[in-house]
Ligand binder design. Structure first.
Ligand SMILES: [Zn+2]
Ligand SMILES: [Zn+2]
Length: 365
């Protein structure tokens, strides 16, 4: 548990530690280096992070395998978008935060708050919604800036190691569950159920009253998924026809919602086969460009009245809601902590895949 808020001046160093990418691209490396602590603009908060989660999107940005410009094009060396800590300095216009307040940053950095998307709770799709850790220095840097109006308050009872991963994965899968329209009693299947996003989806779906099936590979993931509330686990390393197995489990008819949190082409290909009539395939995991297609033969989509839809990261509201589930004890990210000096090892481990739950870096150890 982190200390709760105190007000007053906090001493701010001139430099801080940060995980920075070297040699962006397929052979990138992450190193821990000293960087300048940024100065907040009039509307910004400066946050001293205690924890940051390591998300596969960070790896994508460093590998540069998505159809977007490199981090360096924006002058950014530190990825990361799931940080939790305390406010240490505020811009002159900021009145609704105080020094010592607990705060978190999430994938979207800000939004315009003056367009249809922003007015309808879809501000993460706003034209003026840049990404932290891509367009702006991210949470691999201990002292980070965040526009005060887009900074998330961390509720009491949610420690920073729990809050970090919820800022991205937890709120992202909350958003997808909400948009799927699934109801209590419906079958929800998670492809990649034991991963960073999937294992939070399992918990949230269970808390929302859905019946949950996990699909993933290996005994670690099986154990985790069953512990978190899956009724059934399908191991893709053992079962040949995973879609048939899922359909059999879900009343012989298939799932109401299939949540693809995995990033493989085979997971995306299997999703429509697992859905029942009028089922939904929800796209969440980001495959490298050109390696996967979401969908199926139109005959299947027509014959099964399927919907395929994508959701990006959680909105301000989604993030708040996901944190509330955590405060109520219904969402507990499973994580392994790494000291700051071992951040490169954490990144390397996730890059190789096969992480059950989440890796979180502790800036204070
Ligand atoms: Zn993320
Ligand atoms: Zn907007």
């Amino acid at each position: 548990m982190m200390a709760s808020g105190t007000s007053g001046n906090v001493e701010i160093p001139r430099t801080c530690k940060a995980g920075v990418v070297v040699n962006e691209g397929p052979d990138f490396k992450l190193v821990v280096d000293d960087v300048t602590v940024p100065e907040p603009g009039p509307n910004d908060a400066l946050i001293k992070l205690n924890a940051t989660g390591i998300c596969y999107s960070d790896i994508h940005y460093m590998l540069n395998d998505l159809p977007i410009p490199k981090m360096s094009v924006f002058g950014v060396r530190s990825p990361g978008h799931e940080g939790a800590g305390v406010i240490v300095k505020l811009g002159s216009n900021v009145t609704n935060w105080k020094i010592g307040d607990r705060a978190g940053i999430k994938p979207a950095y800000d939004a315009c708050f003056n367009c249809e998307l922003c007015w309808s709770g879809k501000e993460t799709y706003c034209d003026e919604s840049p990404q932290i850790g891509l367009h702006f220095p991210g949470s691999y840097q201990q002292y980070v800036l965040s526009p005060a109006r887009y900074t998330t308050r961390i509720p009491d009872g949610v420690d920073d190691f729990t809050a970090g991963p919820i800022m991205c994965s937890g709120s992202t899968i909350y958003c997808s569950l909400k948009e799927s329209g699934l109801k209590p009693g419906d079958w929800a299947v998670f492809l990649g159920a034991g991963g960073g996003v999937g294992h939070m989806g399992v918990q949230l779906a269970k808390a929302m009253g859905m019946r949950v099936v996990g699909v993933d590979g290996g005994d670690d993931k099986r154990e985790l998924c069953m512990k978190l509330g899956c009724e059934m686990f399908v191991d893709f390393t053992e079962v040949q026809d995973i879609a048939a197995e899922v359909v059999k489990t879900c009343d012989g008819k298939g799932a109401h919602g299939v949540f693809v949190t995995a990033t493989s082409g085979s997971a995306y290909a299997a999703a429509p086969m697992m859905a029942r009539i009028s089922g939904k395939a929800m796209c969440i995991g980001l495959p490298p460009t050109g390696t996967a297609v979401a969908g199926a033969d139109p005959l299947l989509i027509i014959g099964k009245n399927l919907s395929i839809s994508g959701t990006k990261v959680g909105s301000l509201l989604d993030t708040q809601r996901a944190l509330e589930f955590a405060a109520r004890g219904l969402l507990k990210p499973i994580y392994e902590t790494y000291p700051l000096a071992k951040m490169p090892d954490a990144v390397e481990k996730l890059r190789k895949g096969n992480v059950a739950g989440r890796l979180v870096v502790d800036f204070n150890s």
